[in-house]
Design a protein around this ligand. Structure first.
Ligand SMILES: [Zn+2]
Length: 233
């Protein structure tokens, strides 16, 4: 193992650790929120509230219809009960009964409309409930997958951490310091291979003398453009 190949192996480990930690953070974010399900729950609640309003309207309409039927029955009772004999009075009563019946028809039509609205509301609730239940079911499955992935990542991270601890003892403190500084500056990627004579970090080709210096692996040579440590492995 040369100085630089050790740093390259450390980089490989750290990149794996970074990727695992990134994925863990994604999973934690996924587990903490479920906007689609929240939306479906809100829609179901709204549909149920609308249905309740529609049902109340139906009950009121039924009450009004019943009340109107009572008034008609009372008028008929007076009209045909034999108590009223005056022709003018009888005619007024007949007109009143006819008028009450006309309005009953209006009320019945209104009640029918409201009942249809209420039935539509039931269908909307049922669709919203199915959708919410379906999403809940899928959520349970998705969460179970996420939790197994989470636990696999955690145990992989623990193993990588142990490997890193072991590896770090073989690296000179000044190399760690250099490596860490470049890693911080270069979003985690401090050591790169030289690929087709170019820096794999930025694509710029280092000079022949730099490549020569890097070849032994015992000298830390940085890319003149991006500053990453060059590894010729
Ligand atoms: Zn570079």
């Amino acid at each position: 193992m040369t100085r630089v190949s050790t740093l390259f192996r450390l980089q490989t480990l750290d990149s794996q650790i970074d990727a695992h930690q990134f994925r863990l953070a994604e999973i934690e974010a996924d587990l903490s929120r479920h906007p689609e399900l929240d939306q479906a729950r809100a829609e179901e609640a709204e549909a149920r509230a609308s249905l309740e309003t529609a049902r109340q309207a139906v009950r009121r309409a039924e009450e009004e219809t019943r009340h109107q039927q009572q008034r008609i029955a009372e008028t008929d009772k007076t009209l045909y009960g034999g108590g009223v004999r005056n022709p003018k009075e009888l005619q007024d009563l007949q007109e009143e009964a006819a008028s009450l019946r006309r309005y009953l028809a209006v009320l019945e039509e209104r009640q029918l409309q409201l009942m249809m609205q209420s039935e539509d509301g039931e269908k909307t609730v049922s669709a919203a409930q199915n959708r919410r239940e379906d999403l809940e079911q899928r959520r349970v499955e998705a969460e179970s997958k996420l939790r197994s992935e989470q636990s696999a990542l955690r145990s992989a991270l623990a193993t990588l951490g142990v490997q890193r601890e072991a590896m770090i003892t073989a690296v000179a403190p000044e190399d760690i310091e250099k490596y860490s500084a470049v890693r911080r500056a270069k979003r985690g990627l401090a050591v790169v291979r030289l690929e087709n004579d170019s820096c794999a970090g930025c694509g710029v080709a280092p000079s022949a003398s730099r490549v020569d210096s890097a070849r032994s692996g015992q000298e830390i040579v940085q890319c003149s453009n991006c500053g990453r440590i060059l590894y010729l492995g």
